[in-house]
Design a protein around this ligand. Structure first.
Ligand SMILES: C[S@@+](CC[C@H](N)C(=O)[O-])C[C@H]1O[C@@H](n2cnc3c(N)ncnc32)[C@H](O)[C@@H]1O
Length: 234
């Protein structure tokens, strides 16, 4: 997990398991993305993961509706808000919507609907998201959710896969035809099952590992484009 510049919302499990505190701190101090996040006022170096995904695949456009699951401390929401013009600052472009959800508390971000202290997997939270959407559908559904890491790789993998499946399931009812889903996961035995499920509902599925995602981390992102839902519902 990344160090965050926004100390009041530092993720509980900010330390990467298996790396000593001193080693982790040394690495963070050297990390260019940590420095750059500070310079560009992003709450967390994770911002650059979404920026790099977007630079390459152009998934975020002005006017888009974006749902960001696992949003704390808020750097993906900051990036999404800029890209979709969520605060309406650019009057020549359509104004977009960003909804960020997290178990943790998040400080406000201009133009972003934040659902703090909310479990994305609960029905209540998903209904809150639907209320904000009203009759609109999401253009982009993002998940950078990470469960509390246990130190046992296989458990962490199982837990994150479960979160990814909850994102896909929710996506079935809220993502527009042709929309995009991006899910973070840690690699492991269930990755093919998740890819298969994404293939069943999206035209195009690929694994993405942006440069800002540390090379020694099992983290990858699965991106499904051309959302179409089930052609032949099971
Ligand atoms: C890697 S951090 C997200 C960083 C964020 N993308 C950013 O750029 O600021 C992962 C987040 O997922 C959240 N999370 C894990 N399980 C969740 C759940 N069931 N519902 C909502 N958030 C969850 C954690 O609380 C944590 O803040």
């Amino acid at each position: 997990m990344d160090i965050c510049n926004f100390s009041t919302a530092l993720p509980k499990h900010a330390k990467k398991p298996g790396v000593s505190s001193n080693e982790w701190l040394r690495r963070q101090r050297k990390d260019l993305y940590v420095k750059q996040a500070g310079k560009e006022n992003y709450r967390c170096r994770s911002a650059f993961k979404l920026k790099q995904i977007n630079d390459r695949f152009k998934i975020l456009k002005p006017g888009h509706v974006v749902i960001d699951c696992g949003a704390a401390p808020g750097s993906w929401c900051q990036v999404a808000a800029q890209e979709v013009n969520a605060d309406g600052e650019d009057v020549s472009q359509p104004r977009g919507t960003v909804i960020g959800i997290d178990l943790q508390n998040m400080a406000p971000i201009d133009g972003v609907h934040l659902l703090s202290l909310c479990d994305f997997t609960s029905e209540g939270t998903q209904n809150c998201i639907r209320n904000i959407l009203q009759d609109r559908k999401a253009d982009v559904l993002l998940s950078d959710m990470a469960p509390a890491a246990t130190g046992v790789k296989s458990h962490n993998h199982e837990a994150i896969i479960k979160l990814c499946f909850s994102v896909l399931k929710f996506g079935l009812s809220v993502v527009r035809e042709g929309g995009t889903i991006v899910c973070k996961l840690w690699t492991g035995g269930d990755q093919p099952r998740l890819e298969k499920a994404m293939h069943a509902i999206c035209e195009n599925v690929r694994v993405v590992k942006p440069d800002a995602s540390r090379g020694d981390s099992a983290e990858i992102f699965l991106m499904g484009r051309g959302f179409r839902g089930f052609r032949n519902p099971p």
